[in-house]
Design a protein around this ligand. Structure first.
Ligand code: AMP
Length: 447
């Protein structure tokens, strides 16, 4: 069994980890920590909830010198919420290691005069959003001179939110720092944008799933249904410990909230409509388990760690399909099991079908409060041969591909494209069969 002790981490750090319930390193930690301790720069793609925050916190804390009142590491996060979350993970070390000062720069907790004299007794580690950190480094409140490590956390989100210019400006102020980049996804356009200011010697790609492995996906056809009431019925049926209902439009949040409240749920809204102060207060209450259901906009979809979430419901398809996986990633944290439900409209089957390559959902429908299997799934209901059973996953996916192509006869090359898509499905299942066979044979050999 792997242990933190084998990773050459200082004893005091291991003790604090143990006191906080961290006994064994996760896959990403096992791979990243030893290299980061050696000062290597790293590009790490890791499913959300895999323990990536500690993959950079542990080496940073192990490498900074707490006896020096100099800034030695910078952690850049895309939002204040995520910066605060990282700070909360860092707090036990901040308290437990003498002389260590890790500071969160989030704007709202800094009053005038707070920052005076900071340069002379600087924290060793600064956590914050790009604009805020750049301001502090430019105005001289923080000195870039002795910074040896910089982290870009949730890099895909930093890019999407247009923060790469600020990140590059921060990097320009530093002298050849170790750079640790973490991202839930590592798409080509992200890698190429990063290559302009990050030189990583090692890249870690953890898992192909878009969310942690333990998430079960269920797609529920909710055409002609009142989705708010459908969500109420689903929550009544599943009784989650902590559930999130995602809405794509902010204005839907109060409606969903009212419906849930009237049905007797302890619930709260978390969206961009709240002020910064209200958001902070709400998040604190959520973390203290004061609510059973959070009605949230996609503000809560990325990076936020709420380990107790066991069920996520998407009231509809998000505007950007990738957000479905960000939403689903709020559950199944650190190997726990979780369920992600999506209400879809079978009239919009083609957009929904785009999600199939990255997850294998179960199709179900709601009958009253009960969930029952939907053998039809995404197949257009009228095109379905009612007597045929689509129990076999491969047959079902092939039928979906055929149905998807059925209205495209005018486009040139439609036959080829259709056949290519069918072949792709077949290849996927052939590979799966081979893998299963190998596993079976290995099992037999072991016996
Ligand atoms: P992430 O957002 O990827 O940093 O995942 C963080 C979640 O995983 C948090 O709930 C952590 O408390 C938990 N976590 C991280 N590392 C470990 C570990 N080695 N053992 C147990 N839980 C961990």
């Amino acid at each position: 069994m792997a242990s933190f002790r084998a990773l050459d981490i200082p004893e005091q750090v291991i003790t604090i980890l143990g006191e906080n319930g961290y006994k064994e390193p996760s896959e990403v930690q096992l791979s990243v920590i030893p290299r980061a301790l050696r000062g290597e720069s790293i590009l790490a793609q890791s499913p959300t909830g895999s323990g990536k925050t500690h993959s950079f916190l542990i080496p940073i804390i192990s490498r900074v010198d707490p006896s020096l009142g100099r800034l030695q590491a910078i952690i850049i996060a895309p939002t204040r919420e995520l910066a605060r979350q990282t700070y909360l993970f860092a707090e036990p070390f901040n308290k437990g290691i003498e002389g260590l000062r890790i500071r969160l720069y989030s704007g709202e907790n800094e009053r005038a005069g707070d920052l005076e004299g900071l340069a002379s007794s600087s924290p060793q580690v600064a956590i914050g959003t790009p604009g805020r950190l750049l301001d502090l480094l430019t105005s001289g409140v923080l000195s870039p001179k002795y910074v040896k490590t910089v982290v870009l956390d949730e890099a895909d989100m930093l890019l999407d939110m247009g923060f790469f210019d600020e990140c590059a400006s921060i990097m320009e102020k530093l002298e050849n720092p170790q750079t640790l980049v973490f991202s839930a996804t590592l798409k080509e356009h992200l890698k190429s944008a990063l290559s302009k200011f990050v030189k990583a010697s090692f890249s870690f790609e953890g898992g192909v799933e878009k969310t942690a492995g333990e998430v079960k996906h269920v797609f529920v056809d909710s055409r002609h249904q009142d989705r708010y009431q459908a969500a109420v019925r689903l929550f009544k049926n599943k009784k989650p410990f902590l559930g999130i209902l995602f809405v794509s439009k902010r204005e839907e949040a109060p409606i969903a909230h009212r419906a849930l409240k009237e049905a007797g749920f302890d619930c709260v809204v978390y969206s961009g409509d709240l002020s910064e102060r209200e958001r902070k207060k709400t998040m604190k209450a959520i973390r203290e388990n004061k609510y059973q259901i959070i009605v949230a906009s996609d503000l809560l979809a990325r990076g936020i760690d709420l380990p107790d979430v066991d069920m996520v419901v998407s009231l509809d398809l998000p505007n950007e399909l990738d957000f479905y996986f960000h939403r689903a990633g709020r559950t199944g944290r650190f190997g726990k099991v979780g369920e992600s439900y999506l209400f879809y409209d079978s009239d919009d089957a083609s957009r929904t079908s785009m999600l199939l390559e990255q997850c294998s959902p179960k199709f179900m429908t709601l009958k009253g409060d009960r969930l029952v299997d939907d053998p039809v799934g995404l197949l257009p209901k009228k095109k379905l041969n009612k007597t045929k059973k689509y129990g076999d996953d491969e047959q079902r996916e092939i039928a979906i591909v055929k149905a998807k192509h059925s209205g495209k006869k005018i486009k040139p090359g439609y036959k080829k494209k259709k056949q290519a898509d069918i072949d792709k499905v077949k290849r996927k299942y052939r590979k799966k069969a081979i893998r299963e066979n190998i596993r079976k044979n290995l099992g037999k050999a072991k016996k």
